[in-house]
Ligand binder design. Structure first.
Ligand code: GDP
Length: 476
């Protein structure tokens, strides 16, 4: 009835040394190879925040489970909906129409650059949360992350344009995530609208709408004229009901970071979606590898609120740094625990980085052999979501001959250290929605560092792709 510390660590997906340390704190001096009894093992497992399942009274098998809320604690929660579709098919217009505001006009290049979210209340007083996802292919990764917290996808297809590359991409992501889809055939006010053709073309991508004897709901709308939006909301409600979405609101909150940025006046600000529990002002939390304390919670209408329950999108103030989109915010009992968890996550991250480094001779050999040209760059952007999207897009530009090497990527203004690094590596600095601070500007002039500013992702990728082609020369 015993298990070695090492074996238990393996099953828990933790480091043996961490377990030994925890045991030491419990006044037990053991090494990784020594055995511990089942009660101690259970205690340890719980200490690390996992739930366990005792297979039988005398079975040493310890199953480590993701910690799940017991059925009786679950209460209904609003559905989280993401609108996807090809650029210009009307995602922003639909989000605006549903919200009753207008943000389309002010955005650079007409493309949504960040994720924004809000809740509406239906006629029968149930709530629906809408997550705003970016409209360009370069944002695929963020969109993919978005799909993880998404219960229902509304696929917008313009009736005058039909199935386009990003429509197909959106379908693939949705299908891969196993999330139900509702097709909104938009721009029905246009005379050339042909919704039937869209239904037929969707068949090729295994999206079979009800009128074609499938199970996917579809609705013909005009985001511009506000036609049939009630019907769309009804269909979302219907789909949500079928899903029986629930979460435990009476516990410490877990939330997912949708986007985050450094705000001049307020410091690091994250938009998060509460996935379970209730987030309260004053709560101590860990997000990524940083700890923090909720200083303020701001709802989708810009009002300060005291707490936020499941499926609520809110802004959180009081973070130690700017977290990455998709990172988990976890409320913990006290600051001591927050520091421990943050420290533990940092160690784990370091471990993963080490594991990712090329360590075998084969990869080293390939790198030496090929004449792969590297195109070094530095990336600074206004929000973390953009940083991630840009880095992904830049990596995708590479081929067998040349690849982008991102020396550094981060959020905020371009600083002196950015310029120094760029000068030392003879790399250009890409600023996305950000500019250099005054000191950095002086250095740029002195060192002759190349600066490139963009507001739209595809302008950025087009330009860098051209530069990379130039680097290779016409012969290659
Ligand atoms: P997004 O790139 O998918 O977010 O698309 P937008 O919402 O920015 O819309 C792209 C263009 O299509 C804008 O000029 C909108 O005014 C227009 N548009 C959106 N919905 C409709 C619609 O229902 N009817 C018509 N005629 N135009 C629309």
């Amino acid at each position: 009835e015993a298990i070695t510390v090492g074996e238990l660590a393996k099953r828990m997906g933790e480091k043996g040394a961490q377990l030994v340390k925890a045991l030491f704190n419990m006044d037990m001096m053991v090494t990784v190879n020594q055995t511990i009894d089942q009660d101690t093992a259970e205690l340890l497992v719980e200490e690390f925040g996992h739930n366990i399942e005792r297979v039988s009274a005398d079975d040493v098998e310890i199953k480590v489970e993701q910690d799940v809320d017991p059925e009786e604690t679950l209460k209904p929660r609003p559905a989280v909906v993401t609108i996807m579709g090809h650029v210009d098919h009307g995602k922003t217009s639909l989000l605006d129409a549903l919200r009753g505001t207008n943000v389309t006009k002010g955005e650079a290049g007409g493309i949504t650059q960040h994720i924004g979210s809000y809740q509406i209340e239906t006629k029968d007083k149930t709530k629906i949360t809408f997550l705003d996802t970016p409209g360009h292919a370069a944002f695929t990764e963020m969109r993919q992350r978005g799909a993880n917290v998404t219960d229902i996808v509304v696929l917008v297809v313009a009736a005058d344009d039909g199935i386009m590359p990003q429509t197909i991409e959106a379908i693939k992501h949705t299908q891969a995530a196993g999330v139900p889809m509702i097709v909104a055939i938009n721009k029905m006010d246009k005379p050339e609208a042909n919704p039937q053709k869209i239904r037929e073309r969707l068949l090729e991508h295994e999206v079979i709408v009800e009128s074609m004897s499938g199970e996917v709901q579809d609705v013909e709308i005009s985001a511009k004229e506000g036609t049939n939006l009630d019907e769309l909301i009804e269909k979302i409600s219907l789909q949500a009901e079928l899903l029986e979405l629930k979460a435990n609101p009476d516990r410490f909150a877990d939330a997912t970071v949708i986007e985050a940025q450094l705000d001049k006046g307020r410091g690091p600000v994250a938009t998060v979606l509460v996935t379970r529990g209730t987030l309260k002002r004053g709560d101590t939390f860990v997000v990524g590898t940083e700890s923090g304390k909720v200083r303020a919670i701001v709802n989708d209408q810009g009002k300060q609120i005291k707490e936020a329950g499941p499926s609520m999108p809110v802004e959180v103030l009081g973070l130690g740094g700017v977290p990455g989109a998709g990172e988990q915010l976890t409320v913990v009992e006290n600051e001591q625990r927050a520091r421990e968890v943050a420290q533990y996550r940092r160690e784990k991250a370091t471990e993963q980085r080490t594991a990712l480094a090329p360590t075998n001779f084969d990869t080293m050999f390939t790198n030496l052999q090929s004449n792969l040209v590297e195109f070094p760059v530095l990336v600074k952007a206004d929000v973390q979501g953009s940083v991630q999207a840009i880095v992904t897009a830049l990596h995708n530009l590479g081929n067998d001959l040349i690849k982008v090497r991102v020396l550094h990527a981060g959020v905020g203004a371009i600083t002196e250290s950015d310029v120094t690094l760029a000068a030392a590596s003879n790399a250009p600095i890409i600023g996305f929605g950000v500019r250099p601070n005054p000191k950095a500007r002086e250095l740029v002039k002195r060192d002759g560092v190349e600066m490139k500013y963009f507001d739209v992702i595809y302008h950025l990728t087009d330009e860098i792709a051209k530069e990379m082609a130039g680097e290779l020369g016409p012969e290659k």
